[in-house]
Design a protein around this ligand. Sequence first.
Ligand SMILES: Cc1cc2nc3c(=O)[nH]c(=O)nc-3n(C[C@H](O)[C@H](O)[C@H](O)COP(=O)(O)O)c2cc1C
Length: 201
Amino acid sequence: MLTIASADIENMDKLVRVQFANSLPGPKPISLIGTIDAAGKTNLAPFSTVTHLGSNPALIGLVSRPNPVARHTLANILETKSYTINHVHSGILSQAHNCSARYPKEISEFSATGLTPHFEPSIRAPFVAESRLRFALDLVETIPIKANNTILVIGKVTLVQLPREHLHPDGSIDLFAIDSLASTALDTYFQLTPLARLPRP
Ligand SMILES: Cc1cc2nc3c(=O)[nH]c(=O)nc-3n(C[C@H](O)[C@H](O)[C@H](O)COP(=O)(O)O)c2cc1C
């Protein structure tokens, strides 16, 4: 086995370290975060740090990078307290990936990439019409992670949309049928292959 110590990680070239550290947790979901500012300007950005924090209430966390440059997603969430999480499938992968380009605030990633905004009457932030599993959240809490100046953003799920046939009676969602993708680092994407559903031990 190759042994890599923390000093080796610190000495890595920046981009190598990003790839390496980002691969350690294994594949993570990749979603488009839909937001809007108070003036009505929409924004989309891919995030891979989306994680389930609890079911009652249904809470989801995501980690936003530090803020030395404009972070439109974070700024919009703080401004309107509303955002959507939209699963990415292979048919929209290249558009989703291109949403990570640093567009100026005046340019919405929807118009830049050709993805279609979808609005629901009760939800301020835009959904991605092409996404097959999408949900809206209200911001409930932000927790600064002092060690690297990132922010854990916690939201409560307020509305979920998916094709009816992919929600099973036991509450599970058929993410394989939906073709939800996973990712590591900022450039590597995976499709899911179902392996097993095991009985409770
Ligand atoms: C696959 C992938 C995953 C990403 N995950 C995150 C993430 O979890 N958190 C984050 O802050 N940025 C993440 N990014 C970077 C943002 O998408 C990128 O900084 C984007 O420009 C932010 O846009 P905004 O300024 O409109 O919010 C990711 C990028 C890619 C390509």
